[in-house]
Ligand binder design. Sequence first.
Ligand code: MF3
Ligand code: CO
Length: 247
Amino acid sequence: MISIKSAREIALMRKAGEYHQIVMQRIAQEIKVGVTTKHLDDVAYQEIKRLGCIPSCLGYEGYPATLCVSVNDEVVHGIPGNRKIKNGDIVSVDLVLAYQGYHADGTRTFIVGEVPEDVKELVENTKKAFYAGLKVLKNGTRICELGRAIEEYAHDHNLGVVEELVGHGIGSAMHEEPDVPNYDDGSNIRLKTGMVIAIEPMLNLGSKEVYLDDNDWTVKTEDGKPSAHYENTVLITDDGYEILTGD
Ligand code: MF3
Ligand code: CO
C-alpha cells in the first residue's frame, strides 16, 4: 500500500523539508580541504538537534552516524570518520531527518577545489538526470516512466546507472513503498497526487557495477571511477510535483 498523505502530513513534511535545507546549507559551509567527514557529521547532528529534529539514519539498522558521506568511488553509505577531504574530491552528503515523526531525505554531491572536466560533468549531469525525471512526473505517471526518463538522460551522457539501490516512498517511515528505480523496471504502478517519494539518481562515470565494502555499509564502484548522487523528497501533485527539500 502506497500512502496518500493528508493535508496535515504534507504540512509537516514541508516543514521537515525546510529544516533539511537549513542543515544542508550549514554542512555546505563546512566542506573544505582538510576537514574530516566526521566533522561534517558532528555539525549535522548539532544543527538537527538545534532545530528540534531527529537524525533518521543514526541507529537505523545499526548505522553508526547521522550522515552518509561518500567520497569519489563511494556510491552511497560512506561512514563518516577521520578521512580528510582533499582538493579534487567529490563528496556526496546524504541527509535524512525527521520533524514531528515525518522524514525528509536529500543528497547533494559537492565538488572540492579543482576536478577534471568529466568529473564536473558527472556531478552536473546527475542533478540534471533528477530533473529529467521530474519532467514526466505528475498524477498518474507510472514508476517505469520516471525511471526511463532518468535512465535515458544518463545513457545519453554515457553514465552508468546504479541499479542495486533505488529511491523510495517516504513519510512517517524513512523507507516506504514504492521502490523508485532510476531505470525502467517495467513497473506499471501509477504515482498519485498526495504520494511523497525520494528520487535519487546514483550515476557512475564508468560502468554501473558496484560492490559492498568490508564495512558492510559502503557501496563502491567496481572500476574505482567516481560516482555522484543527487536526491530530493518530492510530493506528487495533480499537474506536476513539489520538491520539499529544495534545489
Ligand atoms: N538516503 C539513504 C537511503 O534512502 C539514507 C540511508 S540511511 C542509512 O537509503 F541508515 F541506511 F544509512
Ligand atoms: Co533516500
